[in-house]
Design a protein around this ligand. Structure first.
Ligand code: XMP
Length: 319
């Protein structure tokens, strides 16, 4: 739309003004937000931008590779891919408190990022895809006086010692506006239309302790679930959908045998901006078919449940 074209021009000017001839490093997460921010900043200042993709090993199936190839091959944006899975998963092992998990991921992200930035010879500016709802929710939430609901690891996590200024060109935008801006910038529809994915990744969709084994199980279930959603033509109607691997094992029966495996919860919501959300009212046939596929195809899961909680009182993510 003309509005987004104007916004694009305004932000390109603003970024140039703020950055001058300085160097900018962008924390690329693989999601729509940081990608749109990176492409916009690249348009404004070109090679003064380098992206650092801290791969925490908590991405969905094939996601990390897709992001890296899109940026390097399609957009020619300089990108450093850091494989930090051992570091993150190692630090998370045995930890089940949601806020500690979030803070651990946030801290490791900063540390890893800082090391890589140093290797690049530093920069004066740090670019982030922070959105308006991130800004609000990190400070407070409707109803309570400055209660932190969740520590978002992509906001305000910049330690002063890094001595970098923030470039956050999406700070005024809601999610749907970021998508419109992404389209305006020529990002592929399939990428722009992707559901949001949280910075702490699959760690907050594995309540309790996180292990490589659990992450692998969750990845498979999540991919099947999303595949069924796409096949049913529901992907664009749903604002966000994902699987959660519960730290609960239940008894089941398969063939002649007893099973004792994990429970997988499915989540799907409609929303405008993520601030409030309604659970998606699937028909039972869809849920039954998806559950059957997950249980048949994913070793480690023998029961599937559907989350019918809206936000509020629930939040979209489970942690
Ligand atoms: P909640 O769970 O708070 O989530 O209802 C609202 C939206 O924010 C996403 N989310 C995050 N995004 N870093 C992010 O970039 C985070 O730490 C984070 N936590 C939640 C969530 O997926 C939903 O879209």
């Amino acid at each position: 739309t003309w509005t987004m074209a104007a916004y694009r021009e305004k932000m390109v000017e603003k970024i140039r003004e703020q950055v001058g001839s300085g160097r900018v490093i962008c924390a690329l997460s693989g999601g729509v937000d940081s990608s749109v921010a990176a492409v916009l900043i690249h348009e404004a200042i070109g090679e003064q931008l380098t992206c650092i993709f801290v791969d925490h090993g908590l991405m969905r199936l094939n996601e990390a590779d897709e992001v890296v190839s899109m940026f390097r091959e399609q957009y020619n944006i300089p990108l450093v891919h850091v494989d930090a899975a051992d570091r993150f998963i190692g630090a998370l092992e045995g930890e089940s408190d949601p806020e500690v998990k979030r803070k651990t991921i946030g801290r490791l992200f900063i540390e890893t990022f800082e090391e890589e930035a140093e290797k690049l010879g530093g920069a004066q500016f740090l670019a982030q895809g922070t959105l308006y709802p991130d800004v609000i929710e990190s400070v407070s939430f409707t109803g309570g006086p400055s209660v932190t609901i969740k520590s978002h690891h992509n906001v305000g996590g910049l330690p002063e010692r890094m001595n970098m200024k923030l470039v956050e060109p999406l700070r005024e935008l809601f999610k749907d506006e970021v998508r419109a801006l992404g389209r305006e910038l020529g990002l592929p529809e399939k990428f722009v239309g992707r559901h949001p994915f949280p910075g702490p990744g699959l760690a907050i969709r594995c309540p309790g302790g996180v292990t490589r084994e659990k992450l692998d199980i969750l990845r498979k279930a999540d991919a099947i679930y999303l595949d069924e959603i796409r096949k049913a033509g529901l992907y664009d109607t749903i604002w966000q959908a994902f699987a959660v691997l519960l730290p609960v094992q239940t008894v089941g029966v398969m063939g002649d045998g007893r099973t004792y495996e994990f429970v997988c919860a499915l989540r799907a919501v409609t929303s405008v901006d993520g601030m409030t959300a309604d659970f998606y009212p699937y028909d039972m046939a869809f849920l039954g078919k998806t559950a059957t596929r997950i249980i048949n195809e994913v070793r480690g899961i023998n029961r599937v449940v559907y989350d019918v909680t809206s936000k509020p009182p629930g939040t979209i993510e489970w942690e």
